[in-house]
Ligand binder design. Structure first.
Ligand code: ARG
Length: 486
């Protein structure tokens, strides 16, 4: 009797353990955490590198700068099919996979090819395009470069971490490959004779050639020169993948990519207003962000710096140590690295920081270390005898600091703080890597939209100079005022 019951129980348990995996599997295919989150937020965030006409690039639409292109149209359709709104997050191509891993973007739609290495990190939808790789050259070199072997001993450029970079390394024998962040940089280098060829995907190369009359797409063909484009989806999102694949299938069946490309072409070639009319606002907007970043960076940096300086001058050993380690570490690592630490670190800690906030935080954490040294040096520059004199007059350590030392130290500190402001204005250009629309970022946008790689950089240098020069003058005046009060 007992035995029978036991057998039954075992049979049921075995049965359940067989069936449950099926159930959970069916469930997993219906939805997943990423898809649920998209639906909850009502937003689908796609990541891309907007330097890739006709797939993703900047254009002025109704007087406003926008990221447009066939990939974006596809993103719009996917968002529509999911019943949510589309958000476009612009990043460097080499930062896309990382930002998917940290959950900053839900999909990567950036002309990305499903390579075996990438497939280890993410899943890909079915391909939506198959294209040929081409070499872009200067028209004056048309006779020189007709074959892949002609680049022996020459320099060729390609975008960093792309299949073009690999292709150049593998097939353009004897060439030196220069890897650059943006395709606009690649084209700029070619225009300015820094390199002699650029490996770029066919339609993109055509688009750049159309905009740059001195460039042309050569007939050179690669042995392994065909590649697919597909959408990358997180490995944790099988249900989202299935859903996106449905849309991709529809797009393929109805040949919608062609329509999208034609729509994109309109944005590429309309040219009626002048350069400044078209892009002036980019610089104004960028300058606004740059000033904001620098201001917040220096303001909070000054607070943090004061705290660190006091810690460093304190009698307590632990405080001195903490401050010293922080200052040394921050000053001993590149700002670029710190920006990525804050941006991706916050995501790893599940803090939803947008790029601007992350940029501000990185800048003030960085600036704080420098300001700390400014303040410490300012205090220590006040003659030691003064402290002794104050103490011998019967003042306490704190009193003499407040009444005698600090007022004099301020005179050393303020001008240096002003210079720190100038420095931070310049350094803030680095936060463009995470997509904060400050000046440097805007210059990149204008490069992509105008297909002019050089002029936008000249202009941005002028804007930076105007900002820093004006500020230095103001500081100079303030400094003279202060010294005359001696
Ligand atoms: N298809 C190439 C790759 O996957 C290049 C894609 C570059 N995309 C871009 N938006 N810049 O490596």
């Amino acid at each position: 009797m007992k035995n029978k019951i036991l057998k039954k129980v075992v049979a049921i348990l075995v049965g359940i353990s067989f069936i449950t995996p099926f159930f959970t599997q069916i469930k997993a295919a219906e939805t997943d955490a990423v898809l649920e989150n998209i639906q909850k937020k009502g937003k689908l965030t796609i990541g891309l590198s907007a330097d890739y006409p006709p797939y993703e690039f900047h254009a002025t639409v109704d007087g406003k700068d926008k990221v447009v292109g066939a990939d974006v149209s596809m993103g719009e359709k996917i968002a529509k099919d999911l019943g949510v709104e589309l958000v476009v997050e612009e990043l460097g191509f080499d930062a896309l996979l990382g930002s998917m891993k940290t959950g900053k973007v839900d999909l990567i739609i950036s002309g990305m090819s499903p390579t075996p290495e990438r497939q280890k990190e993410v899943n890909f939808t079915d391909p939506y395009i198959r294209i040929q790789q081409k070499v872009l050259i200067r028209k004056t070199d048309a006779e020189k470069y007709k074959n892949i072997t002609d680049f022996n001993g020459k320099k060729v450029a390609a975008q960093k971490q792309t299949t073009q970079e690999a292709l150049a390394q593998n097939e353009l024998v004897g060439s030196t490959v220069v890897s650059l962040q943006k395709v606009t940089d690649v084209v700029l280098n070619l225009q300015n004779n820094k390199v002699d060829g650029a490996v770029i995907e066919g339609p993109v190369a055509e688009a750049y050639a159309l905009q740059n009359p001195q460039l042309m797409v050569s007939d050179i063909t690669f042995a392994d020169g065909e590649s697919d484009m597909a959408i990358a989806v997180s490995k944790d999102a099988p249900a989202l993948l299935a859903k996106v694949n449905e849309t991709v299938k529809e797009i393929n069946d109805q040949n919608l990519m062609e329509t999208y490309k034609q729509e994109a072409a309109q944005y590429m070639f309309h040219d009626d207003s002048s350069f400044l009319e078209k892009y002036g606002m980019n610089y104004v907007k960028g300058a606004g962000y740059t000033i904001f970043l620098a201001f917040v960076g220096v303001l909070f940096g000054a607070l943090l710096g004061t705290l660190l300086a006091l810690m460093k001058l304190s009698q307590t050993k632990v405080f001195r140590w903490i401050a010293a380690i922080y200052i040394e570490y921050v000053r001993g690592t590149p700002l670029l690295v710190q920006i990525f630490l804050v941006y991706f670190g916050s995501a790893a800690l599940n803090l939803e920081l947008n790029a601007l906030t992350a940029g501000c935080i990185a800048l003030f954490l960085n600036s704080g270390a420098y300001v700390a040294e400014i303040i410490r040096a300012g205090i220590q520059a006040v003659n030691k005898g003064q402290l002794e004199a104050a103490r011998s007059l019967g003042m306490t350590q704190q009193q003499s600091m407040k009444k005698i030392i600090l007022p004099q130290a301020i005179k050393n500190i303020l001008p240096a703080l002003g210079n720190e402001f100038v420095t931070v204005i310049k350094e803030s250009s680095v936060v463009s890597v995470i997509g904060v629309s400050e000046l440097m970022f805007q210059a990149g946008v204008v490069q992509g939209a105008s297909f002019k790689p050089f002029l936008p950089i000249v202009l941005v240098s002028i804007v930076y100079f105007i900002l820093t020069f004006t500020l230095s003058r103001v500081i100079g005046v303030a400094e003279r005022r202060m010294s005359s009060s001696d």
